[in-house]
Ligand binder design. Structure first.
Ligand code: SIN
Length: 284
């Protein structure tokens, strides 16, 4: 039986994800409704709201109910709202942005707590976004591995800043160009739920603190393979005007680049508002 009174929530898989119904995000949300959305978000980690007719400002305003909105450090945003940027794949482009499981901007001292992604233009099918639950990734490890990881920190690097825009026909680089790096606990504690989750992805995590890349790689590779298993995940199948909200602290995600056949001939435009987070909380 549902314990929500203001929204309807339908889980997507046993691992994570839920569709939320009976809500219009273009309208200002009262505190009780926001509290229910936040509870559903903590329960399911990624929420998708269908048929939301939103202006850029309305996407910003909804996203800002969860925290300050920050620009992407390397990708130019919208002219009117530079904190929001578009992820654009033109028909026939050979690369797809973010087609590797990651948590966004892990190389910031305060990695985002979450993000909203709004479907502006999408292929008629395919080009989903896949998510995996990093609470479960941690909880399904052995006690010995958990104890080892609980005490580790890792170095997370942006890599070359221009790669975020220069491979893509319709994405523009922001002026700021320095590569960034931040050291974070490999296991973090969620400030609201108190649960532990794995916080590592080969997309950004280069090595454990105090170890070389070569020494770190075998364990990082194991953790990556472990954390992206299908039974820990769900896929969001987009429709025009779907908006997703995810908790970036406890999910990995990637854009599934099934750009074959008809899907490859379509433009895909997604619009992201990124919500500032806190320095990840270590286990001890
Ligand atoms: C992202 O990584 O923020 C974008 C995912 C997507 O385009 O599906």
């Amino acid at each position: 039986m549902s314990d929500y009174t203001r929204i309807r929530v339908k889980p997507i898989t046993g691992a994570l994800g839920a569709e939320v119904f009976d809500i219009d995000l273009a309208q200002p949300l009262d505190d009780a409704t926001l509290a229910e959305i936040t509870r559903a978000w903590h329960n399911h980690l990624v929420l998708i709201f269908r048929d939301q007719d939103l202006t850029d400002q309305q996407q910003y305003d909804f996203s800002a109910r969860f925290g300050p909105i920050i620009p992407h450090p390397y990708v130019k945003g919208l002219p009117e709202i530079p904190e929001i940027f578009q992820i654009i794949r033109e028909p026939g482009e050979s690369y797809s942005w973010d087609s590797f499981y990651h948590s966004d901007l892990m190389f910031l001292e305060r990695p985002p707590l979450g993000a909203t992604l709004y479907a502006k233009e999408i292929p008629p099918y395919g080009a989903d976004t896949a998510f995996t639950n990093q609470y479960l990734a941690y909880e399904t490890l052995s006690d010995g591995m958990k104890a080892l990881l609980d005490g580790l920190e890792a170095v997370n690097e942006s890599g070359d800043p221009v790669k975020y825009s220069n491979r893509y026909q319709s994405m523009e680089e922001l002026a700021k160009n320095d590569a960034m790096s931040a050291t974070h606990p490999v296991v973090r504690v969620h400030p609201d739920t108190g649960r532990k989750s794995l916080f590592a992805s080969l997309a950004f995590t280069k090595r454990f603190k105090g170890m070389t890349e070569k020494e770190s790689l075998p364990l990082l590779q194991f953790l990556y393979d472990h954390s992206i298993q299908a039974h820990l995940g769900c896929r969001l199948a987009w429709q025009p005007q779907s908006l997703a909200l995810w908790d970036n602290r406890v999910c990995l995600h990637h854009a599934v680049s099934d750009y074959f056949g008809e899907v490859a001939t379509h433009r895909r435009v997604m619009q992201r508002a990124t919500i500032e987070g806190e320095p990840p909380i270590p286990v001890h």
